[in-house]
Design a protein. Structure first.
Length: 159
């Protein structure tokens, strides 16, 4: 993949450093292996779903860790004996361990994870705290409220 230089944009964009860091990090990760494949869905304004194809993995072989703005999904296959491996004539289903990282936006939390039919479904919810939500400010009409002077202000005006 072609590398982009964001230096000119960094000079003129204030407060977007994290965005440029994320773009550069995603460009570096684009060269890495894409296993297991996944789908990312937006179900509603504040609900998301990640579906990973993890055929051959059991629930005790998958570890999901959410910390701050990072979701880490790791699968570790148990070691097979030589007798189990030799029974296969063709091994087309990938049975290798994996580690997949997802960068989450602020206030996104993992609601649930479910493994069924070889698909790991992770439900995400974006919950913005009440104090951070935008709120309407009523605009009143009429005279401006009178400004009251404090006791210290009167002595300054008398001098």
């Amino acid at each position: 993949m072609r590398q982009f230089d964001f230096t000119p944009y960094r000079r003129s964009a204030i407060g977007f450093d994290r965005l440029f860091d994320m773009l550069e990090a995603s460009a570096r990760q684009a060269n890495t292996e894409n296993y297991p494949p996944f789908n990312l869905e937006r179900l509603a304004e504040d609900r998301y779903r990640i579906t990973l194809a993890v055929a051959g993995f059991k629930s005790d072989e998958i570890d999901i860790t959410a910390q701050q703005n990072m979701l880490l999904v790791a699968g570790k296959k148990t070691a097979e004996t030589d007798a189990q491996r030799s029974a296969f004539l063709h091994l087309g289903i990938a049975n290798r361990s994996f580690e997949r990282r997802f960068e989450l936006a602020d206030f996104v939390r993992v609601e649930s994870a479910n493994l069924a039919d070889g698909l790991l479904v992770i439900e995400l919810v974006r919950e913005i705290p009440e104090a951070m939500k935008p709120r309407k400010i009523a605009v009143s009409t009429g005279e401006a409220p009178a400004v009251e002077h404090q006791a210290g202000d009167e002595t300054a005006q008398a001098a």
